[in-house]
Design a protein around this ligand. Structure first.
Ligand code: IPE
Ligand code: IPE
Ligand code: MG
Length: 237
């Protein structure tokens, strides 16, 4: 399979799903329609990923900074998230998909937070691909929270300052227990990380694709992985 690159293990692919608003604007539609079409692209991409050598698919769905968008758009996005969690759980189970959510859940509405816990529990024993949704996620906020947690441990005398190493920090991140991303894809032509997986992407390969997220699908994902297989990963060695 082309997705395996020069590694024997399946890949962790992370995607910054960008360009919903521009997709809608190009059609004279409200931004919400772009987000709606973005959910269809998410479904297509998840299905495509299941046919490739991908163990984890992490999707940047709502950033910590996205709370600063106009209240109406935030409201619509949360409505779509509610709808996705409600309608998709059955299909995730049928397809043996494990769901994990990373981000600061404290900002999410109570009913959404509850649905997330239920979906995670219900899919916890599934053995297929792991779908990781980054919701209310920010890389800097994640690292700050990890530092706070470690500082509390030091205060409580459970840890010495000298014992704080990369492993200790990684264990406090939302992604604890997950492999680092091998590939980070960003759609829409923008070339920035926008606070996504800052710690975890230290040695990820970045692929920037000139396609708006609602148009994304199997062929784009395959092309991104094809690009990845041509990269020589050196890890500084
Ligand atoms: C990505 O599309 C979806 C979210 C960030 C929630 P955008 O809404 O950022 O669309 P553009 O970048 O304005 O086109
Ligand atoms: C990043 O896209 C966040 C998500 C895709 C969820 P944004 O559109 O919010 O990022 P900027 O504003 O272009 O950096
Ligand atoms: Mg954007």
């Amino acid at each position: 399979m082309q997705a395996k690159a020069k590694s024997d293990r399946p890949l962790h692919v992370a995607i910054i799903m960008d360009g919903n608003g521009r997709w809608a604007a190009a059609r004279g539609l409200p931004r919400t329609m772009g987000h709606k079409a973005g959910i269809d692209a998410l479904r297509r991409t998840l299905e495509a990923a299941q046919g490739m050598a991908i163990s984890h698919l992490t999707l940047y769905s709502f950033s910590a900074e996205n709370w600063q968008r106009p209240a109406g758009e935030v409201h619509e996005l949360m409505g779509l998230l509610r709808f996705y969690l409600k309608t998709e759980l059955k299909s995730l189970c049928e397809n043996n998909v494990r769901l994990r959510v990373i981000g600061d859940r404290g900002y999410l509405a109570d009913d959404i937070a509850t649905m997330i816990v239920q979906a995670e529990n219900k899919t916890a024993n599934n053995t297929g691909i792991t779908l990781v949704l980054a919701l209310s996620y920010g890389g800097r906020q994640e690292i700050a929270a990890a530092v706070r947690a470690l500082a509390r441990k030091v205060e409580a005398g459970m840890l010495t300052a000298e014992a704080v190493d990369e492993k200790q920090i990684a264990a406090q991140l939302y992604t604890h227990g997950m492999p680092d991303p091998d590939v980070v894809i960003r759609t829409s032509g923008e070339k920035r990380t926008s606070n996504f997986l800052l710690w975890q992407s230290a040695y990820a390969e970045y692929v920037f694709q000139d396609v708006l997220w609602p148009d994304y699908g199997q062929a784009h994902l395959a092309a991104a992985l094809e690009d990845f297989t041509k990269r020589e990963r050196r890890f500084g060695k």
